[in-house]
Design a binder for this molecule. Structure first.
Ligand SMILES: [Zn+2]
Length: 373
């Protein structure tokens, strides 16, 4: 087969196939076509000395730029090395059409959406105006959400709900119960945001099904997954046991090194690592996906597991077997990364600093079989 593009001589890491070796990756007709040695193609890019992974998926972003105040321009996230951005609930059924037409369709980066169960999505999120979309229960829109999710099966991969004192005030678990009904009705997973109780982490996890995703899973106290004496909460272990997925969603206030150290010390690594970049976290502390991945490297998580948490694992969470792997016929996406040594200063959402010796940097991406940077 004639290949359109070959990435030559990189260290190919594809956790889905337990691959970690120097190989070429070839693309044809926008798809992954071959992985091997000595591939030839119309365009050849020498990526020796670089890491080549299946296109990175950021499972938690906000990119409804211009339509919501927390949205950032998806092009700004290319520096994070992502080829797929999952927008988690920026839009609800009342304003999804604008997101689709004005942002998702024109974007050169793939955008997959999780639809907010609240009518206008996250509509009041800025430095000076902060109104949680799940606080006023008149905004819950289960019938509209089902209609919009059904009509947009190609771009909507799940349902998003935010509960916690910041996102839902005194509504407790009611928005979550409504979102779960919607997710069941349309047969999609649900991602749940937690913050300060109410509701408690235990109340939230009890309502989540296998394949549902808890985001902000390594948040600081309160509603953190670890106990005061450094163990994993029983409800968290129980939830993982029945298939609930745990996603980082770093963001502005939702990731703590202290929590992460406690969880990793108990062999509880996150399933997915995502940045939760939005207008108030993109200039720190989250920055982008590769910075968030770098933090986990510096916390001691092995490189292949870190890459899995941004490729194979989020693809599975989205139920997209054509993403996150280098298999012939899969979507032709790749991320080219440099692993740099040095002295780097990392900061979490609580202001704690972590000195690190490693940094992942994105140096290019391939989207739909085409090189971009
Ligand atoms: Zn978010």
């Amino acid at each position: 087969m004639a290949l359109d593009l070959v990435l030559r001589g990189g260290r190919v890491i594809d956790p889905s196939q337990a691959v970690d070796s120097v190989l070429d990756v070839g693309f044809a007709d926008g798809r992954v076509a071959a992985i091997g040695a000595g591939l030839a193609g119309r365009e050849v890019r020498d990526v020796s000395g670089r890491i080549v992974t299946p296109g990175l998926i950021d499972l938690h972003t906000h990119v409804y730029w211009g339509g919501t105040s927390l949205g950032v321009d998806p092009l700004r996230l290319l520096r994070g090395g992502c080829t797929t951005l999952v927008d988690t609930g920026s839009a609800g059924p009342g304003n999804y059409a604008g997101f689709l037409e004005h942002v998702i369709k024109p974007s050169s980066v793939r955008i997959v959406a999780l639809l907010n169960v609240s009518f206008a999505g996250i509509y009041g999120f800025s430095k000076r105006v902060m109104v949680g979309e799940s606080g006023d229960l008149r905004l819950m829109a289960p019938i509209d959400a089902v209609e919009v999710a059904r009509a947009n099966r190609d771009t909507i991969a799940g349902i998003k709900v935010r509960v916690g004192q910041n996102a839902s005030q005194n509504s407790g678990v009611i928005p979550l119960d409504i979102a779960r009904q919607v997710a069941e009705e349309v047969g999609l997973p649900m991602m749940v945001h937690i913050d300060v109780p109410p509701p408690t982490l235990e109340e939230v996890l009890a309502r989540m099904r296998p394949g549902d995703i808890l985001t902000h899973c390594f948040r600081p106290f309160p509603n953190n997954p670890s106990t005061a004496d450094g163990r994993v909460r029983a409800a968290v272990l129980e939830a993982r046991g029945r298939g609930v997925l745990f996603d980082i969603g770093h963001g502005m206030g939702s990731f703590s090194f202290k929590t992460a150290r406690a969880m990793l010390a108990n062999d509880f690594a996150p399933d997915c690592i995502s940045s939760d970049v939005h207008a108030l976290s993109i200039d720190g502390p989250a920055f982008d996906l590769v910075t968030t991945l770098s933090k986990f490297l510096c916390l001691g998580m092995p490189l292949i597991d870190v890459i899995r948490a941004a490729t194979e694992a989020p693809a599975k969470a989205l139920r997209r077997s054509d993403l996150g792997r280098f298999r012939a016929g899969c979507v032709g996406d790749a991320s080219i990364l440099a692993l740099e040594g040095g002295a780097f200063d990392y900061v979490d959402s609580t202001g704690e600093h972590l000195p690190g010796k490693q940094r992942l940097v994105a140096t290019g991406v391939v989207v739909d079989g085409r090189w971009r940077n």
